[in-house]
Design a protein around this ligand. Structure first.
Ligand code: AHR
Length: 502
């Protein structure tokens, strides 16, 4: 099968905001307790943070981490998470039927984020709480001194403000599962009043309003329309969430599903722009895709935990073990984010450690990388710069749910500072390689610097503690570049990374 592509340094989608390679840590399962934090672990530092996990996180170069939820945040009292640890209450977390000991809170997580060399994106509880608690939290975090909450922070031993710039106004407020679910009118009004108060404190804070929990919600995209109509001028981003699954073991459909992510983004962008037009506004609201991943493997075992052993600290929830084919889908989802990087300015792989995560740990044992770690790693390292507008001419297949789907999916990112062009290429065809001829213009003097491929004879292959390197990218020389055309065979069912440079 033949496929063609045109890449030009002149045809640009736009400058990528590095924050599209963000991630997420929720107080859920073993993300915090047993994940990033395990005092007594042989690699733990003086704060109880696991050094092996920190190393794997740092390798990913994660620009921003959303915290502390997720559904967890919707019944969370942030005040429980600051001050002397011995005085903090244990609370029941209704979202995940677990017990929250508050050993790790805002203070500790901010310290972990510093060590992980990442920025914090904080979510505010707008499920059970409101404007006042949100304002207090922002004052505690960002006011230097001379007010009740800032002086309390100083009393807690943190002299300098945290200066957190990015805030989520609640989480999935349309979801029936959410503690404090709201109608679009109730939420839009609350989000607007909260946003107003936060911007009175600091007009440059960046605020994310909740969009629909997914594009399968019956109220999508009417929710976005009504909520944005109520708060458009006071918010900067609307959130999007998506989790893809292969619970019917239909590979063609699973690989097609990221095309639904493309149309989901386009619909939300159009909804934002409709409200912009309606309000005759000069302001553009962009997208924070702050939860995205594959999630379905752990569903049944989690139901058993909620039913039979609820209210534990750090239960093994949402511990999906990712396959080779999941890594392909994550690669395709990253391509969708890059392709829409003119409007998607923030995105968070949900999540980072143990909970639907690229990094897994054993309590008291080792840490290892799941299959999905690798496409994320390469996109985060090499997908920074300017996203280019490709013209792709690929053979296609028909899918009952997603329509006509190209076998070839690709993105290209030009890093002008480094003089590099990175290509991320997926072949969805499980039977045949794609014979690719890509015309590349504007990159004279470039040559192939690096080429990696992920393939596996077993689509269901996984990485485990015993065999952590079962599914990893390998060096490749499948494609060659003569200064004008990149050509060669893209193997069946493969994720590929090609780096051109001087
Ligand atoms: O990431 C897991 C959960 O998925 C989050 O808590 C919630 O926001 C979403 O439903």
């Amino acid at each position: 099968m033949k496929a063609k592509m045109t890449v030009s340094s002149k045809y640009r989608i736009g400058r990528i905001d590095n924050r599209i390679y963000g991630s997420f840590i929720e107080h859920l399962g073993r993300a915090v307790y047993g994940g990033i934090y395990e005092p007594g672990h042989e690699t733990a530092d003086e704060d109880g943070f696991r050094g092996d996990v920190l190393d794997l996180v740092k390798k990913l170069d994660v620009p921003v981490v959303r915290y502390p939820g997720g559904n967890f945040v919707s019944s969370y009292n942030w005040e429980d998470s600051v001050g002397p640890v011995a005085d903090r209450p244990k609370r029941l977390d209704l979202a995940w039927k677990s017990t929250e000991p508050n050993e790790v809170g805002l203070q500790e997580f901010a310290r972990w984020a510093d060590k992980a060399e990442t920025d914090l994106m904080m979510a505010i509880n707008l499920g059970t709480r409101g404007v006042e608690e949100a304002s207090n939290l922002v004052e505690y975090c960002n006011q230097r001194s001379g007010s009740y909450w800032s002086d309390l922070r100083k009393k807690h031993g943190k002299e300098e403000p945290y200066n957190i710039r990015l805030w989520c106004l609640g989480n999935e407020m349309d979801g029936p599962w959410q503690v404090g679910q709201k109608t679009p009118y109730e939420y839009g009004r609350l989000a607007n009043e909260t946003a107003k108060a936060l911007k009175l404190f600091d007009k440059d804070l960046e605020l994310v309003v909740c969009g629909s929990s997914s594009n399968t919600m019956p109220t999508f995209p009417e929710w976005e329309r009504e909520v944005l109509d109520l708060c458009y001028e006071n918010v900067d981003y609307v959130s999007m969430h998506i989790y893809l699954k292969n619970d019917e073991n239909d590979l063609e459909r699973f690989l097609a599903a990221p095309t639904g992510m493309d149309s989901f983004i386009e619909t939300v962008v159009h909804t934002c722009d409709f409200i912009k037009a309606k309000k005759r506004s000069k302001k553009t609201v962009n997208i924070s895709f702050d939860e995205w991943n594959v999630w379905f493997h752990s569903n049944q075992q989690d139901q058993d935990i909620y039913k039979n052993t609820p209210w534990k600290v750090g239960p093994a929830l949402l511990e999906d073990v990712y396959t080779f084919e999941d890594a392909l889908v994550v690669g395709l989802m990253l391509n969708s984010l890059i392709r829409h990087s003119d409007r998607v300015k923030i995105a968070c792989l949900a999540q980072l450690v143990n909970v639907i995560a690229p990094i897994m740990t054993d309590n008291g044992g080792t840490a290892w990388c799941q299959t999905i770690y690798y496409p994320y790693y390469y996109a985060s390292h090499y997908g920074r710069g300017t996203a280019l507008q490709l013209v792709i001419d690929s053979p296609t297949y028909e899918n009952d749910k997603y329509g006509t789907v190209p076998y070839l999916d690709a993105t290209a990112v030009h890093n002008e500072e480094k003089g590099e062009l990175a290509l991320f290429v997926v072949n969805r065809n499980s039977g045949e390689s794609l014979s690719l001829a890509a015309e590349v213009s504007g990159f004279s003097g470039y040559a192939v610097k690096k080429q990696m491929v992920m393939v596996h004879r077993d689509n269901k292959a996984v990485n485990t503690r015993e065999n952590p390197d079962n599914v990893v990218p390998a060096e490749s020389d499948a494609l060659s570049f003569d200064g004008a055309v990149l050509s060669g065979e893209v193997p069946p069912l493969s994720w590929n990374f090609i780096l051109l440079g001087k």
